[in-house]
Design a protein around this ligand. Structure first.
Ligand code: PAF
Length: 283
């Protein structure tokens, strides 16, 4: 696996690959890889002749009181995992390379980032769409893969690609879960054994919402209420939000007539976790 640290060298790699008629699949990451990332990479491997990934803990998507400085990092292990896929090229820039002094241009998908996590993490999605736009310009992929675990991120990036005419395909990949249902996340590393058990209330809440729909409920509030109940009866879990919204626009809905995403953010101890599931009503 080639490791590239500067945008200029990455441009050269991408241009050479494209001139040779290769196609490039791309999986951007912030490292501390788990099976969820590796699933994206394996899927990328199938969809193009070359596979590129990036590892960059993007400072602009963290708020001032968030976990940027303690975000888990293990570069050597991440490289070893990428080699198993195998990834052909890893773009791993330094923060000063991505944001040199004087940087002042932002990319922002406005409406779709207003609710859910956007309401609780001001500036987060602006940081995500800005860095992803930069990475697309640097890596020049034909296809880029994103996990549905970060559902609002996925929708914001799809919006950005459509609105700014990026010439690439976004491929969403289903959330990878542990055997007991916990959605894989680099932040699960923060959880103590007791907290990890409590964190299962997120996936259980979502499953309860799904059962509620299957049993005939057709109001978004009923699904949100079913999910909230599972969280509220678990000690040590502090709800940030529970919402059932339109799965395309992420706008609030009353009656469920199209696919609905039930999304949760909650603190388990000091760790903020998110999870979601999309449910489609039977016609
Ligand atoms: O999902 C992530 O890991 C990050 O938000 C991303 C897409 C790599 C941008 O920094």
């Amino acid at each position: 696996m080639e490791i590239i640290e500067t945008p200029a060298a990455m441009h050269r790699w991408a241009e050479t690959a494209r001139r040779r008629g290769e196609t490039i699949a791309f999986v951007p990451t912030m490292g501390f890889l788990h099976e969820g990332h590796l699933t994206l990479m394996r899927e990328g491997r199938k969809r193009a002749s070359r596979l590129a990934s990036s590892l960059f803990v993007n400072p602009t998507q963290f708020g001032p009181n968030e976990d940027f400085s303690r975000y888990p990092r293990n570069f050597e292990n991440d490289c070893a995992l990428m080699r198993t896929v195998p990834v052909d090229v890893l773009f791993a820039p330094a923060a000063e390379t991505m944001y040199p002094p004087g940087s002042q241009t932002w990319v922002e998908a406005t409406e779709i980032t207003q609710g859910l996590c956007g309401g609780h993490r001001p500036g987060h999605f602006r940081g995500v769409t800005t860095v992803v736009a930069k990475l697309f310009n640097i890596v020049k992929p034909h296809v880029a893969l994103f996990g549905e675990k970060d559902f609002q991120q996925l929708r914001a990036i799809q919006r950005m690609v459509a609105d700014l005419n990026f010439d690439l395909e976004i491929v969403p990949v289903a959330t990878v879960r542990e055997r007991d249902g916990l959605a894989m996340s680099s932040r699960n590393a923060y959880l103590s054994p007791v907290e990890r058990e409590r964190a299962l209330s997120l996936s259980r809440g979502l499953e309860a919402a799904g059962r509620c729909l299957a049993e005939g409920a057709r109001h978004a509030a009923q699904l949100a209420c079913a999910a909230r109940f599972a969280l509220e009866r678990t000690p040590g879990v502090e709800i940030e939000y529970v919402a059932a919204v339109d799965a395309e626009t992420l706008k609030p809905i009353e009656r469920i007539e199209r696919p609905v995403v039930v999304a949760i953010a909650a603190r388990v101890g000091a760790t903020r976790l998110i999870d979601n599931m999309v449910f489609t009503p039977r016609a």
